[in-house]
Design a protein around this ligand. Structure first.
Ligand code: ATP
Ligand code: MG
Ligand code: MG
Ligand code: MG
Length: 566
């Protein structure tokens, strides 16, 4: 590729609209351009990276035994009615009508389409198990698209779906996919953690998320500093003031707020930014000085109106584990509670766990729960348990202590069970000749989000430092004053064709630009090697090689250059 015939599109200034470093660098390095909120054009350099991520994902899916299909992005509403999600999915589902006024959706995910397909195509247990995947554009009308392609509305996902006769077969495939995901993130060169996750609205049983560790991540993950135990603390999201996910607020959430000294401090914190506060508190835990604090937040109120109220009174012991139990609490105290919205996260001081039976304050006078209490027994830990951990706690797995860091969710796998197969009558004839509904797994990877996540983890003040597996170019040729030196031009051209012939992705900077401008562009784009061809070094048949990752510069004999790529 010659820069003179390419769309380099680098920018000198950092666009003010971009909050996180990956978004800034994706714009500056000419990877993407914004079209509308959450919608992006991938420029040539960005597309190269995207395709590389996609290729690694595809290879590992195939290695895991999944086979590729491609489903339409536009899906008929009746499939969504059949699964029940036409009602349930909420405003992230973009609905539209065709010219005949028939309703459709832009697919945010493809369980319905694939389950329907398998219901039609598969009739015998002999055709199972089946694992299919696609790499397809999804559309989710995110309430707050942000951080560039990290949370777009249109984005590229690899989604896979597996179908089984029984649970043990599902578990087997689930494990294969889990392992494939680990290989993918290793090959991508990313620092990641698989975490035990919540299954949310999609339903189902076991689930893991894969997180790339980065400060800009929107989730907190807690993991052991010595074992591979990890879990997501995504439920803190239930406290986000806007865009509160219905599925997140439907359950009570217990979040530790250990370093708070007074109720007033809690209130002050909360009125600023609840989500942030909870995260801060989670990290800076110190139970000794903490008072017993519990808050009940109504799912529908304005978070900046919250008032924390003092805990008082002792009533019947109760574990806040399910809506029914909350309802019981409500009923026990109906006189003072009034009509209560069950979509309520609870913030509770961790030290309250040592006590039993306290009242949770609400933002409206006299709206209290009594008898709040729960079990902090980590022996059989679950997602519920991990939500209460604080940095430094012994890990529930028995090895090491808990570390809490921000993560970017780049993958998510679920054991779905029969939810969709049941709703859409997806079954086969068993060996005994009976119809049996299938059990399913589903497995997503955010292909476009990975590009941003990789940059969050790999950059410096000059730009992107791509892991070599996904660098858009392996090497850039930067000739110095080519217009004035026939020798420089000839050497650069020769190197260029040599590298091209060897199948190495090379970008030849043949622009009439000052060397400083060219260096800055290639550092920004993050090409792993820069070959600087200059008059002076040619006297010794040498060129200067700069390693973008280590920053090292060295002189190399031209005849040895190909060894860089051996
Ligand atoms: P998030 O919690 O970030 O909203 P999710 O849990 O809704 O993601 P899944 O339904 O699990 O997402 O989808 C599988 C993968 O698709 C996610 O792990 C993530 O990598 C990616 N993804 C989801 N939403 C977006 C988005 N708006 N933009 C880019 N990638 C996304
Ligand atoms: Mg989401
Ligand atoms: Mg999520
Ligand atoms: Mg998810």
């Amino acid at each position: 590729m010659r820069t003179s015939q390419y769309l380099l599109s680098t920018l000198k200034e950092t666009p003010a609209s971009a909050e996180v470093i990956s978004h800034q660098l994706m714009l500056r390095a000419g990877l993407v351009r914004n079209v509308a909120s959450g919608l992006y054009t991938w420029l040539p350099t960005g597309l190269k990276v995207l395709r590389k991520v996609e290729a690694i994902v595809r290879e590992e899916m195939e290695r895991a035994g999944a086979i590729e299909v491609l489903m339409p992005m536009v899906q008929p509403a009746d499939l969504w009615e059949e699964s029940g999600r036409w009602e349930d999915y909420g405003p992230e589902l973009l609905r539209l009508n065709d010219r005949h006024n028939r309703p459709f959706v832009l697919g945010p995910t493809h369980e319905e389409v694939i389950t329907k397909l398998v219901a039609n195509e598969i009739s015998s247990y002999k055709q199972l198990p089946l694992n299919v995947f696609q790499v397809q554009t999804k559309f989710r009308d995110e309430i707050r698209p942000r951080f560039g392609v990290m949370r777009g509305r249109e984005f590229l996902m690899k989604d896979a779906y597996s179908f089984h006769l029984d649970e043990s077969c599902l578990k087997n495939t689930y494990q294969k996919m889990y392992d494939a995901y680990c290989r993918i993130f290793e090959r991508l060169g990313l620092d990641y953690r698989p975490v035990i996750a919540d299954t949310g609205s999609i339903g189902g049983d076991a689930s893991h998320e894969f997180h790339v560790l980065a400060d800009s991540g929107e989730d907190d993950i807690a993991f052991s500093d010595t074992s591979d135990f990890a879990a997501n603390i995504e439920k803190a999201e239930a406290l986000a003031p806007q865009g509160t996910k219905p599925e997140a607020t439907e359950q009570l959430t217990k979040v530790a707020t250990p370093n708070v000294k007074t109720i007033e401090e809690v209130a002050a914190f909360l009125s600023v930014n609840v989500k942030q506060t909870v995260k801060t508190l989670l990290v800076k835990g110190d139970d000794e000085i903490a008072p017993v604090v519990a808050l009940v937040l109504r799912g529908d109120h304005q978070l900046n109106d919250i008032k924390a109220e003092k805990i008082s009174g002792i009533a019947t012991p109760l574990t806040f584990a399910s809506d029914e139990e909350i309802q019981t609490a409500v009923n026990c105290n109906a006189g003072s509670i009034g009509p209560i919205n069950l979509s309520i996260p609870v913030i509770v001081d961790r030290s309250a766990a040592h006590l039993a039976d306290f009242v949770c304050g609400a933002n409206i006078n006299d709206m209290h729960f009594t008898g709040a209490n729960w079990d902090r027994d980590f022996q059989n830990y679950s997602v519920e348990d991990i939500r209460n951990v604080v940095e430094g706690d012994p890990s529930p797995c028995g090895q090491g202590n808990i570390v809490i860091k921000r993560g970017i969710e780049v993958g998510h796998i679920f054991q779905l069970g029969a939810k969709y197969a049941q709703a859409m009558n997806c079954g086969v004839l068993t060996e005994a000749g009976k119809n049996q509904i299938l059990t399913m797994g589903c497995y997503g990877i955010g292909v476009s989000r990975i590009v941003a996540a990789a940059i969050e983890q790999n950059h410096d003040q000059y730009g992107i430092k791509w892991p070599s597996a996904i660098a858009p170019f392996q090497v850039a040729i930067v000739p110095m004053n080519m217009a004035k030196s026939a020798r420089v031009k000839e050497t650069a051209e020769k190197l260029y064709s040599q590298l091209q012939q060897a199948g190495i992705e090379v970008i030849f900077d043949d622009r009439k630009e000052r060397p400083g401008v060219m260096f800055a562009d290639h550092e920004l784009i993050g090409t792993p090697f820069l070959l600087i061809v200059g008059e002076r070094n040619l006297d010794n048949q040498q060129i200067e090689v700069k390693n973008r990752i280590s920053g090292e510069k060295s002189l190399m004999d031209i005849s040895d250059i190909m060894n860089l790529f051996a």
